[in-house]
Design a protein around this ligand. Structure first.
Ligand SMILES: Nc1nc2c(ncn2[C@@H]2O[C@H](COP(=O)(O)OP(=O)(O)OP(=O)(O)O)[C@@H](O)[C@H]2O)c(=O)[nH]1
Ligand SMILES: [Mg+2]
Length: 417
């Protein structure tokens, strides 16, 4: 038989139904299969285990280990992915007993990030997450020997250095990567500072992975960002500008998607990317309205927004992919407010979305009366760049201007109130 896809990892995925959490087990397993495919692997076997309690040596029970060894021989699998968080010892024992590399959910997600990272910052962030994830698992050469043989999912690194296996060298590399990241971030902070100087309104697109963020950015701005039916298609932030009907210029940033159990090291390492979100004036939370787990996904996103300190931002909820909805399902979806229904694919609802965005910015502004000294005519010109002038009355000594100003602009002009 000719192997048409010789480079693809053949993986067996293992779902875990802990007694405390049997509800979401099937959904988690489906998502794990999708993650595996997004990493470029093929699922050749699926199994699961109901666990009363975790087996300290191998996480799963001894019977399951034996079953996996047989399943590996039957299917020719070269990788096992377990939907759990494994310790270094558990991983080593499983590797040894089954005879092929065994990785867990967070290693799989970090691996996908490793293949997607394109910018220098993205690569450094992934490497940092990878090193930190690896550090507590390092327990000797056994594990290193096995995972090096694989060279596929779970062993790929974005950086110029090979994944290290020596604890001291890992620690040294962590320090080095942190330093390099700091350098890269300084220049990014400068960009953001410039943006805030010219007072452009900023919008961040956030949402569960595959909800359609990049497709929406493309539909709104002709951005040509890669959008794919893959988890974590986008990793590095992309920013595009858009003019609203009022003439207001806004910039939209599309960025990495969220997922259930996003590895903590990734959240930490991607701090700078998430800062883009917490510093935006408006968040567009994109929901895949057609997804059966839409409600759970939106909770994951809301929790992560809290974790990155963005919970008090103005949020506009965008229910996407409505072209796939039956009327029945459409009425059954619980929607957070304020919301708009759209299809980034067909363009349905995009005009309403743009109006709703404008409306959100209008809500953030205050209509105030300012009294500017007539002796300095340039003030009116400066004011016009900061807000929307509604009317003006020229007096001998003062210029009475009615103007719509955002909170921060209001602070700057408060002495003329
Ligand atoms: N039917 C339909 N499909 C859509 C719509 N919007 C996006 N998609 C599809 O959904 C998939 C994911 O879209 P992306 O735009 O890549 O999603 P994303 O949120 O950027 O995903 P990540 O970058 O992976 O987090 C693609 O196959 C899109 O074609 C829509 O309105 N209707
Ligand atoms: Mg994307």
């Amino acid at each position: 038989m000719i192997d048409l896809l010789p480079k693809k990892d053949k993986a067996i995925i293992v779902g875990i139904a802990l007694k405390s959490n049997t509800l979401n087990f099937q959904n988690n397993l489906d998502e794990l299969a999708q993650l595996c495919e997004s990493a470029g692997g093929i699922v050749v076997g699926v199994t699961h285990q109901k666990l009363e309690k975790i087996n300290p040596a191998t996480y799963i029970g001894t019977g399951k280990v034996e079953e996996l060894r047989q399943l590996k021989d039957q299917t020719g699998a070269n990788l096992i992915i377990i939907d759990a968080k494994l310790s270094g010892i558990q991983q080593r024992n499983l590797n040894m007993q089954i005879g092929i590399p065994v990785i867990d959910r967070s290693q799989l997600i970090i691996d996908i990030f490793a293949t997607r990272a394109q910018t220098r910052e993205g690569k450094l962030q992934v490497e940092l997450a990878q090193l930190k994830d690896q550090l507590p698992r390092l327990i000797g050469e056994a594990i290193a020997g096995l995972s090096k043989q694989a060279g596929g999912i779970g062993t790929r690194g974005p950086g110029e250095t090979k994944l290290e296996t020596d604890r001291r060298r890992v620690q040294e590399r962590i320090e080095q990567v942190k330093k390099e990241l700091e350098g890269v971030r300084k220049s990014r902070a400068l960009h953001r500072h410039r943006r805030s100087q010219v007072r452009v309104s900023t919008i961040a697109l956030v949402g569960y992975t595959n909800s359609g963020k990049s497709t929406l950015l493309n539909a709104l701005t002709n951005a040509k960002v890669l959008s794919e039916d893959k988890l974590f298609a986008t990793l590095d932030p992309t920013t595009r500008k858009l003019f609203l009907p009022s003439g207001r210029k806004v910039v939209l940033t599309d960025t990495v998607g969220f997922i259930n159990q996003l590895p903590h090291h990734l959240v930490e390492a991607f701090k700078a990317t998430f800062e883009e979100i917490s510093e935006a004036q408006l968040i567009l939370h994109i929901h895949d309205a057609s997804h059966p787990q839409q409600k759970e996904h939106s909770e994951v996103v809301n929790n992560l927004l809290k974790e990155i300190g963005a919970e008090n931002k103005a949020v506009l909820h965008v229910y996407n992919k409505i072209d796939l909805l039956t009327n029945q399902r459409s009425t059954n979806i619980h929607r957070l407010v304020p919301f708009v229904n759209v299809s980034a694919k067909t363009g349905q609802g995009l005009d309403e979305l743009i109006n709703a965005i404008e409306n959100e910015f209008n809500k953030m502004t205050n209509l105030v009366d300012l009294y500017l000294p007539a002796s300095d005519p340039s003030l009116v010109f400066k004011l016009s760049r900061d807000g929307n002038i509604i009317s003006q009355e020229q007096g001998d000594h003062v210029n009475h201007v009615k103007v719509k100003l955002s909170e921060d602009a209001l602070q700057r002009w408060s002495k003329y109130l």
